[in-house]
Design a protein around this ligand. Structure first.
Ligand code: HSE
Length: 400
């Protein structure tokens, strides 16, 4: 029997506890031995909850207990999660986590410490919630050069954009509805400004390239400026608007970004709606692989965490190979990356054609403005032309 401890009894932690109890027969069969929760750590008390008999408030009890072989960190945030996880690995315990902030910032270092100790640091749940994507990148898609990863990596923003699309609603009222339903946080900035998605694409980009991609160097734009009018134009163009995290090998340079994009129906992520996440991985041999499923929520996320626990138990004294070094990956300047843009402007057609040359006009029946699609051009080229045009109401990148 393997003893484990859960750090944090919130949404994900309580899901992990429930799965380990309710699916214990399946988990025992798959792990090869029983997995027993010896401790749950939380600052709070949970009177009457099934975790009560194993609840502790002092991390040292867990750290100093040699019987505990696997630590499940589902507290989120960097403090005290980083110190707790590092200490656990240094004490020779394996760690499974759902914490994308921790993995994006310290992933390579924590993998190295785990490897030095012949233990594991696993984080399947840190990206895409219940969707298996980390293990496929590490273990399965190993014969390919990964040319591109494009993902809808945030459920909250996908829910908001889907609702705006279906109901023609504006951003603020849709966000409020999402908050009332408990989908969006009261402080939704990390989701709507892309800060959550950028950590997730940085993790995927690091795994795909074997080096550390600094999430702070990735161009990040959220969805807070997307309007009901933008969706009118999108409908006219038969496109949807999605917040995409992208990492792409363009002419042997890696370009990464998080930004809203217009997608046509042929795109594999066009129909990924509501709180669902979707990730497209393009390998130079395997072609396109698409992973779709619940990107958030207690049980889907906890399911991914427990799959890591099973992996740890199967490989107790063997470090699974995760190719992610501390060496930094230099990203291509996003300003050089090329694409088409959809633009809304108050300027007239003559000015548009002076700045952009010949363009494709889109009429969504909105008075006082003109919509058009540019040719493919770099971000810096677009910025110059947009400045020449003046009066740009909005622009959205078009996904090819
Ligand atoms: N806030 C995140 C989302 C939770 O909406 O996708 C999962 O990381």
């Amino acid at each position: 029997m393997i003893k484990v401890a859960i750090l944090g009894y919130g949404t994900v932690g309580s899901g992990v506890f429930k799965i380990l109890k309710e699916n214990s027969n399946i988990i025992t069969a798959k792990a090869g031995q029983e997995v027993d929760v010896k401790y749950v750590l939380d600052l709070r008390d949970f009177p009457g909850d099934p975790c009560e008999p194993v609840l502790v408030h002092d991390y040292d009890i867990i750290l100093n207990d040699p019987e505990v072989e696997v630590i499940i960190e589902v507290m989120g945030g960097l403090k005290p999660a980083y110190d707790f996880v590092r200490a656990a690995l240094e004490a020779g315990k394996s760690v499974c986590t759902s914490n994308k902030e921790l993995v994006a910032k310290y992933g390579a270092q924590l993998i190295r410490i785990a490897q030095e100790k012949n233990r594991n640091f696993l984080f399947e749940a840190a990206v895409g919630g219940g969707i298996p994507i980390i293990r496929p990148l590490n273990m399965h898609i190993t014969a390919d050069k990964i040319q591109e990863i494009t993902g809808i990596l945030n459920g909250t923003t996908n829910y908001i954009l889907t609702k705006m699309d279906r109901e023609g609603a504006d951003f603020d009222s849709t966000l409020k509805q999402a908050q009332d339903l408990g989908y969006a946080e009261r402080n939704p900035e990390a989701d709507i400004e892309g800060f959550d998605a950028v950590r997730k694409i940085a993790i995927l980009a690091s795994l795909a390239n074997g080096k550390t991609v600094d999430f702070e160097e990735i161009y990040t734009e959220g969805i807070s400026k997307i309007t009901a009018q933008d969706f009118k134009y999108a409908k006219k163009m038969n496109k949807s608007i999605k917040l995409l995290g992208k990492c792409k090998n363009e002419e042997n340079a890696i370009v990464a970004s998080v930004s809203p994009r217009l997608l046509s129906p042929e795109h594999p992520l066009y129909n990924v709606n509501d709180v669902i996440n979707g990730i497209l991985v393009r390998g130079n041999m395997v072609g396109d692989l698409v992973f779709i499923g619940s990107g958030a929520g207690s049980l889907p996320t906890a399911s991914a965490v427990v799959s890591d626990v099973v992996d740890c138990v199967r490989h107790l004294n063997v470090s699974t190979t995760v190719m992610w070094s501390e060496e930094k990956l230099e990203l291509e300047n996003f300003a050089k990356s090329k694409k088409k843009f959809f633009v809304r402007t108050g300027a007239d057609t003559e000015k548009i054609e002076t700045a952009f040359g010949s363009v494709e006009f889109v009429d969504a029946g909105i008075s006082g403005e003109i919509g058009f699609i540019t040719d493919k051009m770099s971000e810096e080229e677009f910025a110059k032309k947009a400045e020449m045009l003046g009066d740009v109401i909005s622009r959205i990148r078009i996904e090819s």
